[in-house]
Each structure stands twice: as C-alpha cells, then as structure tokens.
Design a protein around this ligand. Structure first.
Ligand SMILES: C[S@@+](CC[C@H](N)C(=O)[O-])C[C@H]1O[C@@H](n2cnc3c(N)ncnc32)[C@H](O)[C@@H]1O
Length: 256
C-alpha cells in the first residue's frame, strides 16, 4: 500500500452497513492525523461478516477513541469498559481474533481489549467472539495508537503483540511496532509488573525487539524461546509461518 501523506484524514470504508450504523461505525473507526502504512481492508466481506460488523461492532466498540468522538482526547475511564475494576489485557493487531477469543474464554474474570485496523480481521474476530460465547471482549477497530493515547497510565495488566507486521526492508524498520513511537505509549499505559508477550517468526524482528523493548522500560523475563506459553492457541499468521517453514520465537517481558 502506498504511503498515506502525513495529515491526510483516512477513514476506512464501512462495508455493507446501514446509514445509521455506518455513521456510528465511521465515528468509531476514524483515525486522527496519523501515517499508517498497512492495509485497512481487503476482499469483499461475506454477508454474515457484514452482519457481524453491523450488529456486533457497535455493541463491543470502545466509545471515545476516535478523534471525531473525542477531539480533546480526554482519557477514558477503564472501569467503565466492563462496569467493574477487572484486570484489562490488550491485544495489539489481533488479526482474525483466534487468540483474543481463546484468552477471553480461558480468563472470564479478565477484560480483553482487542485492537485491529484491518476491517476484514475485525469481521472475522466478531464471528470468533460470537462462536466462543464470551462477553469479556471490547474492540477498537482502528489504529492502536489512537487507543493508547486515550488510555490512562498503568491501566493494562497484560499486553500481547503477536506476529506484528514484519516490515522486512531495512528502510521500513521504523514502521515496526517495536519502535519508541509505539513502545513509549504502551509502556505508559501498562501497570508496573505487567507482562508483555511478543511472538514473531522474523529473526530481525527478534533482534529489534530485544533492543527496543528493554529501552522502553521493560525487563526480559523469558526468551527468545521456541516454546510457546501454556495458554497459547496459535494464530492464523503463525500457522502460515509454520507452513512456509519459518520458526516462531516467543518473548516475555515485564514492565519495570
Ligand atoms: C501479521 S498480522 C498478525 C495478526 C495476528 N496477530 C496473527 O498472529 O494472526 C499483524 C496485524 O496487525 C495489524 N496492525 C498493524 N498495525 C496496526 C495498528 N497500528 N493498529 C492496529 N492494528 C494494527 C494488522 O492490520 C494485522 O492484522
């Protein structure tokens, strides 16, 4: 995808939504002035995916994240997300949502916050959430930087970064999540002692993770390891990596 000029307002299309829900969805998905280089939408959604987006997303979407809804960038009240003070876990770029739905089912006392900017992934994840029958997930269908900006300090008890976009070319490494632009805000919203799990199949991503994450205020607890966490269901991207002969590495950090 070509570079989005800095300053361009870029709203993803609300595919197949009714005018009312399209307006609501657009408000929840619109991003402020950010340069984003990945894909926001892919092939046409299936009818049931369109229905999940239309019906499910407004129910699970976190209000007050987009610049349209919250131009002053007031901090959100984390307790209001689930109506109680439960621990909040954040999954960045959940893809098809299989790991997020699995974690939500395994840990019903936790609130899972999933963020994904690729609309087709959000639609897929809504199906997974529905199939798992879990009620402890909230979503931001947009850029994780927008969400991090409005979360108060220390509110996240665990974070997952699973197979982040690899950006293999050296000149694109600064687009990776493991850069100060992303890790600074992540460190700010994570509680002291909170766990940060990273999985990747790209050796150079392991290298950059080991350099940048500790520099942002995290201590390496475990890894890089070829053995996944005990509660690991795998992800779609991991399955693809394994099929193509790449070797996953798992790293665990703790917020200092
Ligand atoms: C390689 S995929 C991996 C997806 C999933 N975690 C898995 O393992 O199957 C990376 C995902 O991160 C999402 N992503 C990248 N940058 C993002 C951002 N700034 N905010 C939200 N999601 C983002 C992409 O849309 C993509 O779905």
């Amino acid at each position: 995808m070509g570079r989005v000029p800095r300053g361009a307002r870029d709203s993803p299309p609300a595919v197949g939504l009714t005018p009312g829900s399209r307006r609501a969805s657009r408000a929840r998905m619109e991003t402020p002035l950010r340069n984003f280089y990945g894909r926001r939408h892919g092939k046409a959604l299936k009818p049931n995916q369109r229905r999940w987006l239309e019906e499910g997303l407004p129910r699970l979407a976190i209000p007050g994240v987009s610049a349209t809804e919250n131009p002053a960038r007031h901090p959100l009240d984390p307790a209001a997300l689930f109506g109680d003070g439960r621990p909040l876990w954040l999954e960045v770029g959940f893809g098809g949502g299989e790991h997020m739905a699995h974690q939500a089912a395994c840990y019903p006392h936790v609130g899972l916050i999933g963020v994904e900017i690729f609309l087709n992934g959000v639609a897929m994840a809504l199906g997974k959430i529905r199939a798992a029958g879990v009620g402890n997930v909230r979503l931001h269908a947009g850029d994780v930087r927008d969400l991090m900006e409005v979360l108060p300090p220390g509110c996240i008890a665990r974070a997952f970064l699973l197979y982040p976009d690899p950006w293999p070319k050296a000149r694109h490494h600064r687009r990776r999540f493991v850069t100060p632009e992303h890790l600074g805000p992540l460190a700010r919203i994570m509680a002291p002692g909170a766990e940060f799990r990273v999985a990747t199949d790209i050796p150079d991503y392991v290298r950059q993770t080991l350099e940048e994450v500790p520099a942002a205020g995290f201590a390496l607890l475990d890894g890089p390891s070829a053995t996944a966490w005990e509660d690991w269901p795998g992800t779609r991207y991991e399955a693809k990596a394994l099929r193509e002969g790449r070797r996953p590495e798992y790293l665990t950090f703790r917020r200092s």
